[in-house]
Design a protein around this ligand. Structure first.
Ligand code: 13P
Ligand code: SF4
Length: 349
């Protein structure tokens, strides 16, 4: 009995050391300090159990980069931005997908790979963009703009996707809009990203009329142009980087504007040493992980819905496969949404 306890505690100790190697240089935004050994010791028995249960249940974990790094780097099998994860979801062979993200992401995985059981540990985690427009509103817009190509951001519900022609993510939006045969585009539901699309089309010399309805991301819409000016005075050496869900005047003041994957690439490939990133905390953790010698003064914000995923509810989802965490998509919506998503894969890079 005592030998068993010793073996278990040695295994936990080894796991805590593994976790500390991964997390030691990263910021724990809940505390504002770096992850420490005490955190790793408390997480070790949970990550061990998650990694054991994944094999036993033939499950994989997909984690959006905005998830906390103890998920992204210690238990996830695949990590990425929403475009990369949607491509990954299509190829999953295992029976169960545990999705660390928000509802529209897990729902997209289910639509793309319907034979898999998909669970969202942060049950019904919402997104201010996906919640900003309904399928009924899109139908009304269709009547108003009969000639337009209806392009929806992946941050939308299955019902909204089903009413649109093609889906996009921040990684492929400009190329898909540019490649549309229609002169009129109705872009839903991110009105700030639509402003960025208008500017990009002008830059490319492409004549499009862009209409947009819906809302904004409640994380990225908090930044204002004066924040960028204040950041530049405080960190004159820093490259200032943001996501195109930020307002146009913010984007126009930044050194780089791009998708989550695009920002990671920019930071990885830049010779600059310091980056002020106007986006979600999780991406800063990924940047810290990939670029231990670069500095990231904190200007990021927290997406509270993304951060509802944690090691505890991931373990519970794997262990119990709870009904309330399982993603179900009604057939008609799934069929319509799949068409829009498949068109993205056809038309996008
Ligand atoms: P990405 O498409 O860049 O992964 O962004 C998803 C998201 O929710 C951004 O706020
Ligand atoms: Fe939605 Fe914004 Fe959170 Fe992304 S960061 S999931 S767009 S609320």
């Amino acid at each position: 009995m005592s030998a068993g306890v010793n073996i278990a505690s040695k295994e936990t100790q080894r796991e805590a050391e593994r976790l500390f190697k991964i997390l030691g240089g990263l910021t724990d935004f809940k505390k504002g300090t770096k992850y420490d050994m005490a955190f790793c010791l408390s997480a070790a028995s949970i990550t061990l159990e998650i990694n054991r249960l994944k094999k036993q249940k033939n499950a994989v974990i997909l984690a959006h980069y905005y998830s906390a790094p103890d998920i992204v780097y210690a238990v996830a099998d695949y990590r990425g931005d929403s475009y990369a994860l949607s491509k990954t979801a299509a190829k999953v062979m295992e029976n169960i997908i545990i999705f660390s993200g928000v509802y529209f992401m897990a729902e997209t995985a289910k639509i793309i790979n319907p034979r898999k059981r998909v669970f969202l540990p942060a049950v019904f985690a919402g997104c201010s963009l996906a919640d900003s427009i309904s399928a009924a509103q899109v139908k009304e817009l269709r009547v108003k703009y009969p000639l337009a190509d209806f392009i929806c951001y992946i941050n939308s519900t299955a019902e909204v996707k089903a009413e649109c022609d093609v889906c996009v993510t921040s990684a492929n939006v400009y190329d898909i809009v540019a490649g549309s045969k229609a002169k009129q585009i109705v872009f839903l539901p991110d009105v700030f990203m639509a402003d960025n699309i208008r500017v990009e089309m002008l830059k490319r010399g492409i004549d499009k009329e862009i209409f947009s309805f819906g809302g904004t991301c409640c994380v990225h819409d908090k930044y204002a142009a004066q924040d960028v000016n204040a950041i530049r005075s405080k960190y004159p050496q820093a490259k200032v980087v943001c996501h195109p869900e930020c307002a146009l005047p913010v984007c126009q003041l930044c050194d780089y504007v791009g998708s989550t994957g695009g920002m990671l690439k920019y930071v990885r490939e830049s010779s600059a040493r310091q980056f002020a990133v106007l986006s979600e905390d999780g991406i800063i953790n990924c940047m810290e992980y990939e670029n231990p010698s670069k500095q990231f003064p904190r200007v990021s914000r927290t997406c509270a819905q993304m951060k509802r995923n944690n090691l505890h509810n991931i373990l519970a989802a794997l262990r119990n496969l709870p009904h309330e965490a399982e993603v179900k998509v009604e057939d008609a919506a799934a069929k319509g949404a799949k068409k829009a998503i498949d068109k993205m894969f056809e038309r996008g890079a």
